[in-house]
Design a protein around this ligand. Structure first.
Ligand code: GLC
Length: 561
C-alpha cells in the first residue's frame, strides 16, 4: 500500500481511501501486520466503503446479476417498505407479513425500550423451560432482520444490555466464571405493582446440563460489526465500554494454555447444540464463529496501546487458525482417499498422519456420502479422532467469514447440491448429518431422549439455518440454491406455525418437542428473503477473503503439507 495513504493512530475502525484499488482495500493484510508495527495500517476509507468493496468483489466473482452496487445503510427492504416494493414488480410473499407480525410479538422490553426477542411465543406449550428468555444466539437473525429493515435501535439496545450483563460476577456453585463470558440468555422480570423491570441472566449456571455458551461472545462481536456496517454508526463500537467488552471476550479465547492447536477447546453443548452430542473438543461451529469474531474484532479494535497488543495476537491466531482449519478439517474425495490409505504410529515432524487417525475409524456412511465434486469442513479434529459428521452452521459461517477459501466455499455448495436429499430434504436445513443411532447414540448422547435419531440436534432440520444457507449462497454467487430452499420452507412454515425444528430423515415431520412460533425460525426466514431481494445486505454479515492467507491454502490442499 502507498505510504502516503497511511494515517497513523487514532481512528478506531480502520479506514482506506476510496480511490485505492481493490487489492489495496483488503479488510486487513495479515502478513503486513505481522511484519510491521500496527501503526502503519491506518487507511483512509470509511467502514462503509470498505463493506462495499468487500461485497462487490464477492459478488463479481460469483457473477450475481441482480446485485445493486449501492450498500443501503439503514435501507428498508422488508414488509411495508416502499424501497423494496419499488424495486420489485412482484408482491412480497404473503408469509412475509405474518412473519413480521410474529417477530414483533416476540419483542421484549426493558423500561420501555425493546432489548431483544423471546425465543418462542408458544402459548400452547406446557413447558416453558427457558424459551421465554432472550437468547443471544437466537437474537442474531432477529437483529439482522431489524437492521435490514432500517430499525437499528433494538440492536443497539441489545448490544448494550448484554454488555452490561457481561460485567456481572458469574458463579456456578463456588466457581467463578471468566470475566468476559457473555450470557446464553436473559429475561426481564416486570413487577407491575412496584413498576420495576429487573434483568436476570443465565451464563450456563441455570442451563440444562450447565453448558457454557461459548458462542455468545462471538455472536456479540459479529453483531456489533453488523450493526456498525449497516448503520455506518462507528460511535458505538468505538466506546470504551464496547472496546472493553470485546477485549474481555478476546482475553477468554486467546489465553495461552497447554494447547497444541490454534483451535478453541470446548466442552460439549457449548453452542447452538447445547446438549451432549459428541461435539466436545474442537467443534466446527465454534471454530468458524471464533474465526469470524476475530476478524470482526480486528476491524473494530482501536489501535491504542492495549488494542495493538490484541490486534497482534488476533493476527497471529488467524494465521494459525485458518491454516489448521483449511488443512485438517477439510474433507473432499481426495482427502478422504488419503486418510483411508493412512499409515499410523508415525512419530516426529515427518508424520503425514499427524493426529494418528486410524483408518478403521472412518465411518462407512462417509464413503457413499462424499461426492466426486464437493467437500466440507468436518465436525471435529483431535488426536486419533475425526468426527466426519456434517454440521450446517459451521460450514455456512466458514463461507460467510471466508475461513473457507473460494474453492472450498464452492465445494461446500457443490456438496449441498449433490446431497440435497440428505442435507435439505423437505425442510431446510439439517443441523447435522447423519444421525447417531443405537449403541452409538447411547454412548455419545448419554441416552438423550430429546436427541434420538433424526430429531432435534441429532439430524433434525432447523428452519433458522435458512438465513445462513442463503448468505452462503449469495456469497458464492449461487442464489438459485437459496431460492429452492426458501420455496420448500414456504410450503410448510406458516401452515405449521413456525416450528423450531423438524424430524425425520428428510425433515418431513414437525419436531417431537418442537416449539411453535419459534422466533429464530421466523426471523431466519425474513433475513433469507431480504438478502435475496437485496443482496447488498450480505455485507453486514460477510467478510471478504484475505489474499495474504492464500499461500498457506495452496499447500494445505493436501494433508501431507
Ligand atoms: C434450544 C437450542 C438452542 C437455542 C434455545 C432457544 O436449547 O438447542 O440452540 O438457543 O433452544 O431457542
Amino acid at each position: 500500500m502507498d505510504g502516503s495513504k497511511e494515517m497513523g493512530v487514532g481512528v478506531g475502525l480502520r479506514n482506506v481511501s476510496s480511490h485505492c484499488s481493490i487489492s489495496e482495500m483488503d479488510d486487513y493484510d495479515l502478513s503486513r501486520l505481522l511484519d510491521k508495527p500496527r501503526l502503519n495500517i491506518e487507511r483512509q476509507r470509511s467502514f462503509d466503503e470498505r463493506s462495499l468493496s468487500e461485497l462487490s468483489i464477492g459478488l463479481a466473482r460469483g457473477g450475481l446479476d441482480n446485485f445493486e452496487s449501492t450498500c443501503s445503510p439503514g435501507g428498508r427492504s422488508g414488509f411495508e417498505t416502499p424501497a423494496s416494493s419499488a424495486r420489485n414488480s412482484f408482491e412480497p410473499h404473503p408469509m412475509v407479513a405474518d412473519a413480521w407480525e410474529a417477530l414483533r410479538r416476540s419483542l421484549v422490553y426493558f423500561r420501555g425500550q425493546p432489548v431483544g426477542t423471546i425465543a418462542a411465543v408458544d402459548h400452547a406449550s406446557e413447558e416453558v423451560l427457558n424459551y421465554d428468555q432472550v437468547f443471544v444466539r437466537d437474537f442474531v437473525p432477529s437483529a439482522l432482520a431489524f437492521l435490514m429493515n432500517g430499525e437499528p435501535d433494538i440492536v443497539k439496545n441489545f448490544l448494550l444490555k448484554t454488555l452490561y450483563l457481561q460485567g456481572w460476577e458469574k458463579r456456578i456453585d463456588r466457581f467463578k466464571l471468566g470475566e468476559g463470558a457473555m450470557p446464553a440468555s436473559f429475561k426481564v422480570l416486570h413487577d407491575p405493582i412496584r413498576k420495576t423491570d429487573t434483568l436476570i441472566a443465565d451464563f450456563g449456571e441455570s442451563a440444562i446440563g450447565r453448558v457454557a455458551p461459548v458462542d455468545s461472545g462471538f455472536w456479540w462481536i459479529i453483531l456489533l460489526r453488523a450493526y456498525t456496517k449497516s448503520t455506518g454508526d462507528l460511535t458505538l463500537a468505538e466506546t470504551s465500554d464496547c472496546q472493553k467488552g470485546m477485549k474481555l471476550i478476546l482475553t477468554l479465547c486467546l489465553s495461552e494454555g497447554f494447547d497444541t492447536f490454534p483451535t478453541l477447546l470446548c466442552a460439549d453443548g457449548c453452542s447452538m447444540i447445547d446438549r451432549r452430542m459428541g461435539v466436545y473438543g474442537y467443534p466446527i461451529e465454534i471454530q468458524a464463529l471464533f474465526f469470524m469474531a476475530l476478524r470482526c474484532a480486528l476491524a473494530m479494535l482501536k489501535p491504542d496501546t492495549e488494542g495493538k497488543e490484541f490486534i497482534e495476537r488476533i493476527v497471529k491466531r488467524l494465521h494459525a487458525l485458518s491454516y489448521h482449519m483449511r488443512s485438517y478439517f477439510w474433507l473432499d474425495f481426495q482427502q478422504l482417499n488419503d486418510i483411508y490409505r493412512y499409515k499410523t504410529e508415525e512419530y516426529s515432524h515427518t508424520a503425514v498422519n499427524k493426529f494418528n487417525v486410524i483408518p478403521d475409524s472412518i465411518p462407512e456412511w462417509v464413503f457413499d456420502f462424499m461426492p466426486t465434486r464437493g467437500g466440507y469442513f468436518i465436525g471435529n479434529v483431535s488426536p486419533a479422532r475425526m468426527d466426519f459428521r456434517w454440521f450446517a452452521l459451521g460450514n455456512c459461517v466458514a463461507i460467510m467469514s471466508s475461513l473457507a477459501t473460494p474453492e472450498q466455499s464452492m465445494a461446500i455448495m457443490d456438496l449441498l447440491e449433490s446431497r440435497w436429499e440428505e442435507l435439505v430434504g423437505e425442510m431446510p436445513l439439517k443441523i447435522s448429518y447423519p444421525a447417531i443411532e443405537s449403541h452409538e447414540w447411547r454412548i455419545v448422547t448419554g441416552c438423550d431422549p430429546k436427541n434420538t435419531r433424526w430429531s432435534y440436534h441429532n439430524g433434525g432440520s432447523w428452519p433458522v439455518l435458512l438465513w445462513l444457507l442463503t448468505a452462503a449462497c449469495i456469497k458464492t454467487g449461487r442464489p438459485q440454491i437459496a431460492r429452492r430452499a426458501i420455496e420448500l420452507a414456504e410450503n410448510r412454515l406458516l401452515k405449521d406455525n413456525w416450528p423450531e425444528y423438524y424430524d425425520g430423515k428428510t425433515g418431513r415431520y414437525i419436531g417431537k418437542q418442537a416449539r411453535k412460533y419459534q422466533t429464530w425460525s421466523i426471523a431466519g426466514y425474513l433475513v433469507a428473503k431480504m438478502m435475496l431481494e437485496d443482496p447488498s445486505h450480505l455485507g453486514m454479515i460477510s467478510l471478504e477473503e484475505d489474499k495474504q492467507m492464500k499461500p498457506a491454502l495452496k499447500r494445505s490442499s493436501s494433508w501431507t503439507c
